[in-house]
Design a protein around this ligand. Structure first.
Ligand code: F6P
Length: 473
């Protein structure tokens, strides 16, 4: 039976909130291991940042509980109130997998896969955005601050503004915002831009994305002004770059934990005590360039730049959006490439690529960051990429080298990395060679520079900077 969209229990008789975060997902997700009604915190730095902000401000988090099954959603998480927005099984297909992740996601990531345009998906997207907007309209106190997140909810700002002009509205886009040439493919391009223009402040990861949006707004609507500020329907809408930061305090603390450090040593031993451990940590997504990385590695073993005895790679591929055909194909192709590289260059009991298609517990992730001599972050396009910043945060002793795609938002800040164009296989190979061979002095200098760029601000600072800018609009 298809669950009804109202199959999630909403909280009753809650006072209205003066600070409201609206995101596709709640900060908790179903935990099958903890029984039918078990929940666990959703992963990611955003949850800790926004939780701290909401704890200080009578806050409420509105989001989808990550299931269309009937479940009782906890009313609170770490002292903040939760308000679930239900999504039916059909909407999971059309709103989440469909319009959000098979139309917008590829379109906003350079159309690496062809985006699919379906009117029924668009209708579902608008319907679900309306449901989120209704939840905000009901739950926000007079004059409240409302912060909407990401590409799944781009229509929400305008929908809320129409019914609650009293609230202060911010929107932050976590993924890239594409240039006009790509965005204009979208049949509903004007509606999306108008949706975002409902906010007082529209924030992006990079200045490039902010400029793309602002130019599109001026091209597709009556908005007029500059890259940083437009006038629209008698209001001022600010745009700008607010690059998200890692949960620095949490990662730095774990990196000092003796148990985690011991685990890092153990990982090195388990891998056969190689000279160099290379590491990739990604959601299994076609935007991440994981196959390219494996192919570059294969060619480096083939031309003896790398030696299977001494150079091994660990690739964590976190399962993601598995029922989408593009993701299924990506997994299939990646696993073929990995098994081919291992078949060609592995030794008995010693594969050259240790591939794990799994979620990583936090401490294990930090132990891997500590064990890795070379970190590869080579997406074809990425809003920011926090893995790069987390790795740097953990390298307190100034060891470790970072290879970073010029198409990740992080590349605008992390200039101490070996910067690569992931489409250029020769360039990726050259960067791996250089990173593997970098001496202690170059490594230390680069890492010190990376850490100066990364350790300045925590994710809590990021959230308060955005909210401060929103308050001053
Ligand atoms: O911004 C990209 C993002 O939506 C993140 O918020 C999230 O962690 C990731 O992609 C995976 O998203 P989901 O599993 O909700 O599709």
């Amino acid at each position: 039976m298809t669950p009804r969209p109202d199959a999630v229990t909403p909280p009753v008789d809650e006072p209205r909130a003066s600070l409201v975060v609206v995101a596709n997902r709640l900060p908790v997700q179903p935990d099958a291991e903890a029984g039918v009604n078990g929940w666990r915190p959703s992963p990611g730095g955003l949850v800790s940042a926004l939780t701290s902000v909401l704890q200080r401000g009578n806050g409420l988090w509105i989001g989808w509980p990550g299931t269309s099954q009937h479940r009782h959603v906890p009313a609170h998480y770490e002292g903040i109130r939760l308000r679930p927005v239900p999504i039916s099984a059909d909407e999971y297909e059309t709103f989440y997998l469909g319009f959000s992740n098979a139309t917008l996601w590829p379109l906003y990531h350079d159309a690496i896969r062809p985006p699919a345009f379906h009117r029924t998906w668009w209708q579902s997207y608008a319907r679900v955005n309306r449901r989120f907007a209704d939840a905000v309209t009901e739950a926000a106190a007079p004059g409240a601050t409302v912060w909407v997140h990401d590409y799944q909810l781009q229509l929400v700002p305008r929908m809320v503004r129409e019914r609650r002009p009293d609230v202060r509205l911010g929107f932050f886009m976590h993924i890239p915002f594409p240039p006009l040439e790509l965005f204009n493919q979208l049949p509903w391009r004007r509606e999306i831009v108008e949706g975002l223009l409902g906010a007082d402040l529209v924030g992006f990861q990079t200045r490039q994305s902010a400029a793309n949006f602002s130019r599109l707004a001026r091209r597709l609507t009556t908005a007029d002004g500059t890259d940083a500020l437009v006038q629209y329907e008698g209001r001022r809408v600010r745009t700008g770059a607010f690059p998200i930061t890692a949960d620095v305090a949490r990662f730095a603390a774990a990196a000092q934990d003796p148990a985690v450090r011991a685990r890092a040593k153990e990982i090195r031993q388990d891998l056969g005590d190689p000279e160099v451990i290379l590491l990739g940590v990604d959601r299994l997504d076609y935007t991440k360039g994981i196959q390219q990385r494996a192919k570059a590695l294969a060619e480096l073993y083939a031309d003896h730049s790398l030696d299977p005895e001494h150079h091994v790679m660990v690739q964590i591929a976190v399962p993601s959006r598995e029922s989408d055909a593009h993701y299924e194909r990506e997994r299939h192709e990646l696993e073929q490439v990995v098994s081919q590289v291992n078949g060609d260059y592995g030794l008995v009991g010693r594969p050259v690529i240790h591939y794990l298609h799994q979620n990583m517990p936090f401490d294990e992730l930090v132990a891997l960051y500590l064990a890795a001599d070379v970190m590869l972050v080579t997406p074809f396009r990425d809003g920011m990429n926090l893995v790069a910043k987390e790795y740097v945060t953990c390298r307190t002793d100034l060891t470790g080298r970072l290879i970073l795609s010029e198409f990740a938002g992080a590349a605008t800040e992390l200039r101490g990395a070996f910067i690569v164009n992931p489409h250029d296989l020769e360039g990726v190979k050259e960067a791996i060679r250089s990173a593997v061979r970098a001496g202690p002095r170059e490594t230390r200098e680069r890492m010190a520079r990376l850490r100066r760029q990364t350790m300045r601000r925590d994710v809590y600072d990021w959230a308060t900077t955005f909210l401060g800018a929103l308050e001053s609009t």
